[in-house]
Design a protein around this ligand. Structure first.
Ligand code: RIB
Length: 309
């Protein structure tokens, strides 16, 4: 039986220009096509977990504007429970300006708007609601005090909390030690451990450093170099799936949403990572954040079989 997944995080509208190259500082380039997509790390992760068959409640704040209304409609269309989404009257919905080059690499700048107004009161209902089979997934695109509160209540209630520390904000060891699973990419790993990731050995050192703080599972996502993971009982490197990248935006988010779905089905760590890796690889073959996330039936049969719900 699938358990509940609560995703707490940001909701953005992504304004994307896809062109051959990304301009240098002070340079103007004539780009290619312009697109508007649903985005935001929290929302992308909620949509990924839902598209892959998870039972998802998304907690965020949107502005009282057309972008926010549109986002709510999209989340409902994905079957996400939106009853705890707040509308902030005096702020705009989060917006991300994104440039994507011909290799699929991007540059992103976010104007947080309503995301920056998230408060502990928005998530305090979880204190009564969470049961210890539930999964909580959060990131750092919202105020850090909300994340610290979530970590505290999840640890008190023995609920698995996945922290995707993106974009990086400093978070004290007092909180990190209570995290069940952390999923930094290479640059976030460097901020967290001061270790530069350029080999399996350096990933191992960094993962051990995070494990020593008390975190139960460390999963370092390394893009086309795959994933390195470590827990008390096991560690390993899982290669990236071989795909042609069109747009890497939200690949990490797809990985995290898929991981939450896999954990909600009580899948073991290695299968959970392989499933998430496959979902993330699928997402880079398409343009856009939420638009690029696969549904369960779009994944290869071998990965679908991991998490039939
Ligand atoms: O991780 C990708 C996301 O980062 C984009 O959708 C953008 O909104 C920013 O939050």
């Amino acid at each position: 039986m699938n358990s509940n997944i609560y995703v707490v995080g940001s909701s953005n509208t992504d304004m994307v220009i896809k062109s051959d190259s990304i301009p240098n500082h002070g340079e103007t380039v004539i780009g290619g096509n312009f697109y508007t997509f649903q985005g935001g790390k929290g929302a992308n992760q909620a949509v990924a977990a839902a598209k892959l068959g998870g039972r998802v409640t998304f907690v965020c704040r949107v502005g009282d504007d057309s972008l926010g209304k549109n986002s709510l409609r999209e989340y409902e269309a994905q079957g996400i429970n939106t009853e705890f989404i707040g509308v902030e009257e005096k702020e705009h919905t989060g917006v991300a300006l994104i440039m994507v080059d011909k290799k699929g690499e991007n540059l992103i700048s976010v104007s947080s708007g309503a995301n920056s107004k998230m408060k502990i009161e928005d998530v305090s209902f979880l204190e009564n609601k969470l049961t210890n089979n539930d999964i909580v997934l959060t990131q750092l695109e919202i105020p850090i005090n909300v994340v610290k509160y979530l970590i505290t209540i999840c640890s008190k209630k023995n609920v698995k909390l996945i922290l995707n520390p993106a974009p990086y904000q400093r978070i004290d060891n007092e909180y990190l030690q209570k995290v069940h699973t952390i999923t930094p990419n290479i640059s976030e790993t460097k901020y967290l451990t001061q270790i530069e990731i350029n080999s399996i050995d350096s990933s191992k050192l960094a993962a051990q450093k995070l494990l020593d703080k008390g975190i139960k599972n460390v999963i370092i996502t390394m893009g086309s170099n795959g994933v390195f993971f470590m827990s008390e009982k096991q560690m390993g490197h899982i290669k990236a799936e071989n795909v042609k990248a069109i747009d890497t935006t939200a690949a990490g988010d797809t990985f995290n949403g898929a991981l939450a779905k896999a954990f909600s089905c009580d899948l073991d760590l290695v299968k959970s990572i392989k499933f998430s890796n496959a979902a993330a690889a699928f997402s880079v073959t398409k343009l856009g954040a939420q638009d690029s996330i696969p549904k369960l039936n779009e994944l290869d049969k071998k990965f679908q079989n991991y998490v039939y719900s």
